[in-house]
Design a binder for this molecule. Structure first.
Ligand SMILES: CC(=O)N[C@@H](CCC[C@H](N)C(=O)O)C(=O)O
Length: 379
């Protein structure tokens, strides 16, 4: 795949972002591209809106897995790109268009120059939610070609093009989505005493729950509680009967997420009494931490140096990734790829530099070669 092709593919994918498990156009597009480069050593399986592609090795003793995510976000794009999203209210604001393009480019390289071991490329749906990794891993399709080791990348807007970054141990946090539905009693804005105002309750609730982090969590541990969306009421002169808060919980330790949830639930009980309302809670999708195996990160560091790329030691981050579920069972690692954007992940102006596409293909292909030439047992 030439550089121009990579750029075209990225732009075509950028135009059609779809939410988790609705990636129908994306899947069809990927299958079309995969069929263009497939040969008689290439096998393809579909799983829901995802795809698994296996390239048979010349003398395999193991299967190397490479995973990318394929879904977009419910964000309205504001980049002004000529190739901006054609799907209203949807955007590839987390770089999954880059992730897919780099996977396709690397897939082509491995098809053209087969290696000793089998390689499985995993195009996984629903990373942003509700989580595709866990159900995909439980599928027959995945287990037929279950990899012995696995890795993945994520774009990093704050890093320059030409750099990659990772660390051994914890890279990404444990996460849980959070959806809260407040139900009180509406009425005329001039008669608040006859109502149960859910705008007031939800506003107070947002302030109160911040104390869970500052007073409920060991300062040497770390947790985040973010409410990213708040909705209540219908009109300026009526009391809001309902309110909905949507957010996310992030913790460094797997157990701490349960501490946050228990404290949230006790605050909810108090609010139900104080505000004479009911509050429904739904934790949505929960992701396990991304924990990198040291041996794989060490090998990656060396491989990237040999490839002439600049390696930065990463800090752990409170981002989440359902790839953590794959790493929980299969040894491997995840790394950041520098794409130098003035706007960050999940921003409606995210502008990753397309020069990073070829860097990504080089990094992934080099690592696959490196894994194939290593001992079968890296533990
Ligand atoms: C890399 C990244 O940005 N991942 C997402 C994962 C979303 C998890 C889930 N929807 C949640 O919000 O808890 C992230 O927001 O970190």
């Amino acid at each position: 795949m030439t550089i121009a092709n990579l750029q075209n593919i990225r732009r075509e994918l950028h135009r059609i972002p779809e939410l988790g498990f609705q990636e129908y156009k994306t899947q069809a597009y990927l299958i079309k591209q995969i069929n263009l480069i497939a040969n008689d050593r290439t096998l393809i399986q579909e799983w829901k809106t995802g795809i698994l592609v296996k390239i048979k090795g010349t003398n395999p003793s193991k299967t190397i897995g490479y995973r990318c995510d394929i879904d977009g976000l419910p964000i309205t794009e504001d980049t002004g790109f000529s190739f901006r999203s054609s799907h209203e209210g949807r955007m590839h604001a987390c770089g999954h268009d880059f992730h897919m393009t780099i996977a396709l480019g690397s897939l082509q390289r491995i098809i053209e120059e087969p290696i000793q071991d089998d390689v499985v490329f995993i195009f996984q749906p629903a990373e942003e939610g509700p989580g595709g990794a866990l159900p995909m891993m439980q599928s027959e399709e995945f287990n037929t070609w279950r990899p012995d080791c696995i890795f993945a990348l994520h774009i990093a807007p704050e890093l320059p093009v030409g750099t990659v970054s990772s660390k051994s141990g914890l890279l990404f946090a444990n996460t849980s989505e959070l959806f809260l539905d407040f139900v009180g009693k509406g009425g005329h804005a001039a008669y608040p005493h006859l109502t149960k105002d859910m705008s007031v309750a939800a506003g107070a609730f947002i302030s109160q729950i911040q104390e869970i982090i500052s007073r409920g969590i060991d300062p040497l541990d770390s947790a985040v509680l973010t409410i990213g969306k708040m909705e209540s009421g219908h009109v300026q002169n009526a009391i809001a009967e309902t309110a909905r808060l949507e957010g996310t919980i992030r913790t460094l330790r797997p157990d701490t997420i349960h501490v946050v949830k228990r404290r949230l639930e006790s605050i909810i009980r108090g609010f139900e009494i104080n505000y004479d309302c009911s509050i429904g809670i739904d934790y949505g999708a929960n992701y396990y931490q991304v924990y990198n195996e040291k041996n794989y990160v060490d090998l990656f560091k060396k491989a990237m140096k040999d490839e002439g790329l600049s390696y930065h030691e990463a800090n752990k981050a409170m981002t989440g990734e359902d790839f953590g579920y794959m790493l929980k069972e299969i040894p491997g690692f995840m790394f950041w790829l520098g794409v130098e954007s003035p706007f960050g992940l999940h921003h409606n102006k995210l502008q990753p530099n397309e020069d990073a596409l070829t860097i990504g293909v080089r990094a992934v292909t080099k690592m696959i070669h490196e894994l194939s030439s290593k001992n079968d047992d890296m533990e």
